[in-house]
Design a protein around this ligand. Structure first.
Ligand SMILES: Cc1cc2nc3c(=O)[nH]c(=O)nc-3n(C[C@H](O)[C@H](O)[C@H](O)COP(=O)(O)O)c2cc1C
Length: 210
């Protein structure tokens, strides 16, 4: 494990004791896919937890990320239209799928296939946004090219499955079943890596042309 990521880097002050937060960060700590949790109840929706894979992808230490908005990854080549679309989805509490130009801490560019999903409490109130990033700099799966980016209903099956797993994580907090949370975390990672070009070597991978 890299220094700064004993399990998952997170803000210990604002959410400690919150069962949902505990469950999600436990899941994130067990995932090899980059994941981040942001809190829309705090001004400017800062990251409250990031996992090791997110640090590895971006080159930042967890302490540099927690408390900041994810837009710190954006830079001169980031498409402002995409950024505005993400903002508009989040403002209405919806998730989205976009690909966006991002920058690592060292200034190098990567293409980020970004999947954001709202996480609601059992009463339906929005608690967090969960983000999952995939480095698609070398290309994206052929089948994904036909998807119109934007609000998350564009990939209903994936969205449904993702929410199903998140819900399992949430419900698991009620029965305090750590094993279930970990199993759900592995499934989350599976869903996201099934999108990754590396996991799709058998499929034709098309270069990004945007
Ligand atoms: C959970 C979550 C993860 C996000 N991850 C990224 C990311 O990896 N890269 C990025 O450019 N923006 C990311 N964003 C989007 C930005 O944080 C921000 O919402 C976007 O830039 C639009 O808002 P703004 O116009 O106020 O910057 C993420 C947002 C959320 C809620």
């Amino acid at each position: 494990m890299t220094a700064g990521y004993p399990s998952v880097g997170r803000d210990m002050t604002c959410n400690e004791g919150n069962a949902m937060f505990e469950a999600l960060t436990t899941a994130m700590a067990h995932s090899t896919a980059p994941m981040v949790l942001s809190d829309p109840r705090i001004a400017d929706c800062p990251m409250v937890a990031v996992n090791k894979a997110f640090g590895d992808l971006t080159g930042y230490r967890s302490q540099e990320l927690v408390g900041q908005n994810c837009r710190l990854l954006q830079g001169p080549k980031t498409d402002l239209t995409v950024r505005a679309r993400i903002r508009s989805c989040l403002e209405t509490g919806e998730g989205c799928i976009e690909w966006i130009v991002n920058y690592r801490r060292d200034g190098s560019v990567f293409y980020n296939l970004l999947f954001i999903s709202p996480v609601c409490g059992l009463d339906g109130k929005l608690l967090y946004f969960f983000g999952n990033q995939l480095d698609i700099t070398r290309g994206m799966p052929d089948w994904f090219v036909d998807v119109s980016f934007g609000r998350a209903h564009v990939v209903p099956r994936l969205e449904q499955e993702f929410h199903g797993v998140l819900r399992e994580v949430v419900l698991a907090t009620r029965v305090e079943a750590l094993e279930r949370i970990i199993a759900a975390a592995h499934r989350l990672a599976e869903i996201s890596t099934s999108l990754a070009p590396g996991a799709l070597d058998q499929l034709r991978v098309k270069s990004l042309q945007r």
